[in-house]
Design a protein around this ligand. Structure first.
Ligand SMILES: Cc1cc2nc3c(=O)[nH]c(=O)nc-3n(C[C@H](O)[C@H](O)[C@H](O)COP(=O)(O)OP(=O)(O)OC[C@H]3O[C@@H](n4cnc5c(N)ncnc54)[C@H](O)[C@@H]3O)c2cc1C
Length: 260
């Protein structure tokens, strides 16, 4: 680990100002990705800005008919929250499938979404449910937020405060876990929006979460000839592209059977 300064922010505005002041700085949330990256000297920072203690940052509550989940909410909180489950069973199930109990106890929604690992689970729910990402600066629609492998629309001094979800009529998530890490070899989130439209988001299979238009057109059904066709299906030591493509179709069919 390289040496760095540590500070604790007491508000989102303070965290954002600290990011803007320092050249190489990072927010520390659950630390599940950031701390190993620092320990292995994969990244070097001048300043670490701890946001865990910011009041209200991990709140989960209804805002009218919408669900608000603060950026600091842990995966465990989301998985076990009765209001989340009643709102979207797919979202609660997904949070409960992340990593292992230790990771779920510390990892946060904001950290996962900001990191945008191509094999992370949350991006599939955020895109599938057409959530809004509310930051220190603005509100960003999920369709405009994810920009490919580890890339997002966030500016360097932008802090995610929380995410706002519109109530789906139905939702479900199906995932095939990497046996060593628990990350998604592939994961498919299916949702029917309040207006009746279908959204299907795929994670783990390509270089970043993406929607699957052909499955959306299938409107909650899984026709036998439905195939995941995408130019950038990952082909690596974990799985060949053909295997991942096949997984996506299977997981879509599985998610459809679980819709509630
Ligand atoms: C062994 C292991 C297994 C895992 N398995 C899975 C899995 O199966 N599925 C899965 O999806 N994930 C998995 N993860 C990832 C984990 O769930 C966390 O979501 C992820 O590490 C990031 O969340 P965090 O809160 O720990 O963020 P941190 O590590 O603290 O931060 C990650 C990045 O996000 C930035 N950041 C944090 N909070 C904010 C914010 N509010 N606004 C802007 N930027 C912010 C940080 O500056 C940093 O760059 C796994 C991790 C480990 C170590």
């Amino acid at each position: 680990m390289y040496p760095f300064h540590y500070q604790k922010a007491s508000s989102v505005a303070q965290a954002s100002a600290a990011l803007a002041r320092s050249g190489e700085s990072r927010l520390l949330s659950g630390g599940m990705t950031l701390i190993p990256s620092l320990k292995h000297r994969l990244i070097q920072v001048d300043e670490l800005i701890d946001i865990k203690g910011i009041p209200g940052l991990s709140d989960i509550r209804m805002q009218g008919d919408q669900l608000w989940i603060g950026a600091g909410a842990t995966h465990k909180q989301v998985a076990q929250h009765a209001q989340v489950r009643a709102f979207s069973a797919g979202l609660a199930d997904l949070a409960g499938l992340i990593g292992d109990p230790q990771v779920r106890a510390r990892g946060t929604l904001g950290g996962s979404v900001a990191n945008n690992d191509p094999a992370a689970d949350y991006p599939a729910a955020v895109l599938g449910l057409a959530a809004s990402i509310v930051t220190s600066h603005r509100e960003i629609a999920a369709d405009d937020f994810f920009k490919g492998m580890f890339a997002t629309a966030l500016a360097p001094d932008e802090v995610i405060q929380g995410l706002r979800f519109a109530r789906p009529l139905k939702s479900a998530y199906a995932k095939f876990r990497h046996p060593a890490t628990g990350y998604a070899m592939a994961g498919v989130f299916v949702a029917q929006t309040d207006a009746g439209a279908w959204r299907v988001a795929v994670t783990g299979a390509t270089d970043g979460v993406c929607r699957w238009p052909e499955a959306e057109a299938a409107a909650g059904h899984s026709p036998a000839d439905l195939r995941f066709v995408h130019d950038g299906v990952l082909d690596d030591i974990h799985a060949p592209a053909a295997y991942r493509t096949h997984l996506v179709s299977l997981l879509y069919a599985q998610a459809v059977t679980r819709l509630s």
